[in-house]
Design a protein around this ligand. Structure first.
Ligand code: FAD
Length: 351
């Protein structure tokens, strides 16, 4: 699934889903069964929400009919399940603005300049948009985007430079290794972490240790204490080592993978009724107080709410029935079984 970036023209569509976590993905399936096509937007560069961001390789035991699967496997299965409805994904961008238009449609704008107008908006924003934790040293904010980065998007910009990759998780290890293998490799790549313990898959860890042994990758244990720069040009990172020394590592670029933290952010600014940072919904259709706007999954609240994937799937099903009455007002919204309904088979592309 590809990320779409800047688009100038307004996209007109039946439905927009904010959030491509497990519930947002299943929402696309349930809307599809109601003959509603949708666009899905997520702040992350990939789908899967918390399952992919927080526990991709941990087992889940309470998905009905699946005795055990990892977060990654569940997301892969959901992606396969929604294929017949071909939702359009816009990743790597946050939904920044939502406005209710006079004609009843809803206007949605993203941080990448995308503008959509839809009949129905489903907010499946979980615990908020995941954002990179920022490097907490002086000047990091000033140098962000030029010398300090939180994503490895365009590796060619590092060609011939000294790069320090910070972090102890898989994303940091993978990025450091990728840079050493790049055709336009940096002059030097240093992986830096506060201790010599890294959380990554064994094969990746072995590849990292091999790269260190062969001298392609340098390992620096310690904490960054300063970014040394002249006139906005970074030249080194000052590091406090576990032995109590202060050293300098040459660096024109720092790539920091310090984890992600969810920020409720814009959802709270869309004028919807909230209770303790969650959207209040009715349990008949999971509609919010604004007509045409639904909320499903971890972002909503109602009496008895449980933040479980299974509960989010139920909510998405009823929200799709609610959405159908708005998108297809002249049609009867009947309950049909996927086992026997020829109409649902047609929608699913089953001969
Ligand atoms: P999320 O998974 O949080 O996805 C929301 C998505 O919306 C995110 O990708 C976010 O980037 C995006 N987003 C938010 N705001 C915006 C915006 N403004 N613009 C663009 N994108 C936005 N549940 C179970 O049922 N069983 C388990 O075994 C289980 N184990 C868990 C283990 C751990 C360690 C954790 C942390 C949770 C676990 N859960 C489990 C809970 C489960 O992961 C959540 O209930 C589920 O992820 C909620 O799905 P969601 O789609 O509502 O939200």
């Amino acid at each position: 699934m590809t990320a779409h970036t800047i688009s100038v023209a307004t996209i007109h569509t039946d439905a927009v889903i904010v959030g491509a976590g497990p519930v947002g993905l299943f929402q696309a399936f349930q809307l599809g069964l109601q003959d509603i096509r949708c666009h899905v937007i997520d702040a992350l560069p990939h789908v899967g929400g918390q399952c992919m961001e927080l526990y991709p390789d941990k087992p889940i035991y309470d998905i009905p009919g699946i005795p055990v699967c990892t977060g990654r496997e569940l997301v892969a299965q959901l992606q396969t399940q929604i294929q017949p409805f071909a939702p359009t994904f816009h990743l790597n961008q946050e939904v920044a603005e939502v406005a209710h238009l006079q004609d009843g449609r809803i206007s949605v704008r993203t941080s990448a300049g995308l503008h959509l107008e839809c009949k129905v908006l489903v907010i499946a924003a979980g615990v908020g948009a995941f954002q990179a934790r920022k490097l907490a040293v002086e000047s990091a904010a000033e140098l962000e985007g030029t010398h300090v980065h939180y994503r490895l998007s365009d590796a060619s910009r590092f060609a011939g430079h000294d790069v320090v990759v910070m972090g102890g998780e898989e994303s940091a290890v993978a990025a450091a290794l990728k840079l050493t293998l790049d055709a336009q490799a940096p002059r030097s790549v240093t992986l830096m972490h506060r201790r010599d313990v890294f959380a990554a898959e064994p094969a990746l860890l072995q590849a990292m240790r091999d790269a260190v042994a062969s001298g392609k990758l340098q390992l620096q244990i310690g904490q960054p204490t300063a970014l040394l720069h002249n006139a906005q040009q970074l030249h080194a990172v000052q590091v406090a080592t576990p032995e109590g020394q202060t050293i300098e590592r040459p660096a024109q670029h720092v790539l920091a993978f310090l984890g992600l933290s969810p920020k409720l952010g814009p959802v709270a600014e869309w004028g919807l009724v909230m209770e303790r940072k969650q959207l209040v919904v009715n349990t008949e259709t999971f509609a919010t107080d604004v007509p045409g706007i639904f909320a499903v999954g971890d972002i909503n609240t109602y009496p008895g709410k449980k933040k479980l994937i299974l509960c989010g799937f139920h909510e998405a099903t009823l929200a799709a029935f609610g959405a159908a009455t708005l998108v297809h007002p002249t049609r009867k919204t009947l309950l049909q079984y996927t086992t026997t309904s020829t109409e649902l088979h047609r929608l699913l592309g089953i001969a």
